[in-house]
Design a protein around this ligand. Sequence first.
Ligand code: ATP
Ligand code: MG
Length: 392
Amino acid sequence: MTAAVTLLPASSEVTLGVLGGGQLGRMFVHAAQSMGFFTAVLDPDPASPAGRVSHHHVQTDYLDPQGLAQLAGLCAAVTTEFENVPAAALAALAERLPVAPAAAAVAIAQDRAAEKAHFVRCGVPCAPYAVIETAAQLAAVDAALLPGILKTARLGYDGKGQVRVADRAALADAWARLQHAPCVLEQMLPLAAECSVILARGADGTVVHLPVQRNLHRDGILAVTEVYEGNIPPAQEQSGLHAAKSIADGLDYVGVLCVEFFLLQDGRLVVNEIAPRPHNSGHYSIDACDLSQFELQVRAMAGLPLVAPRQHSPAVMLNLLGDLWRAPGASEARTPPWDRVLALPGAHLHLYGKQTPARGRKMGHLTLTAATPEAARAVALQACAVLGIDPF
Ligand code: ATP
Ligand code: MG
């Protein structure tokens, strides 16, 4: 079923469900609850960030028939917080209740080869690439794709499942290291910057979007998002918005979709990948916009009106990785100096309730809002200095 229904909050106990209990699920739960909905989370981890704050927490595997039946019994509609939830789970739920986004759209976002084929179908440029599933395809790779990045077709995130390869020998070696899993080889592009577009699309085809985000990655992980006028040249901004809408329309998408782009040194904008859900680069919208990406997710799945969000404050978001729980040079774990961070004007601290601060693990984020872009950047740089994050 697509989300052609309208679910009114708090008319009775209306429960919205989410597959996956990470931080995205947690912020979805917060948004849904603040609008008067009840929530249910499916995640096997008893300590999952979203499960801990939800009315209901079904603690089973994503493909467990009993877990899915329990979720379907509780909920009026279901969404997902990550793309690696088996599309089969969404398809099974869709037989019983509205599911947004649909399994078919999530299946495309799960697979880099299918995703790129979709970009080509929509006429949106992406990095030159080759699909590598067989030794023959490996041998036939066009030399123009090297140096490149070999990416597993499935299950990659935060730069995991990716190897940079300089030549054919390195490519063969990398594919062996990835255990000959189906992969996509992408040409290494000369990036000037990265950006993303987050939109919400309703069952009637209405599309609304957040402002274009400029993103800085470090070690394959998003580190900083800056959102204010002038962060991206207007021509690229327009082409990014246009491309994102074409991609969503082409999927007949219902829900929140993020499209990541590369801005090349010659000024071209090419699409990198899509995420069929709210995205780390949209977290600033909670504090800097009058409608957050999570409220858009709630509205889209519940068939409620999608109104264009307005950004009321320039914003910079800093990801808070587990690395911060260890002061530079120290061997003992620490609690980062949140009191000093919260002394900064316009600082909005979000921690996800995760117990173990591992290196590279997303533990929370900090959004700095201010009256001007310059002020937002300045206070974000102060926060970096307090926390020991490299300045941007
Ligand atoms: P996530 O899901 O966290 O966004 P991911 O693991 O799916 O990340 P990608 O988005 O494919 O990975 O790549 C991670 C980062 O690596 C990109 O944001 C970019 O900085 C760099 N990168 C990826 N592909 C290319 C490319 N073809 N040319 C240059 N840089 C690239
Ligand atoms: Mg990415």
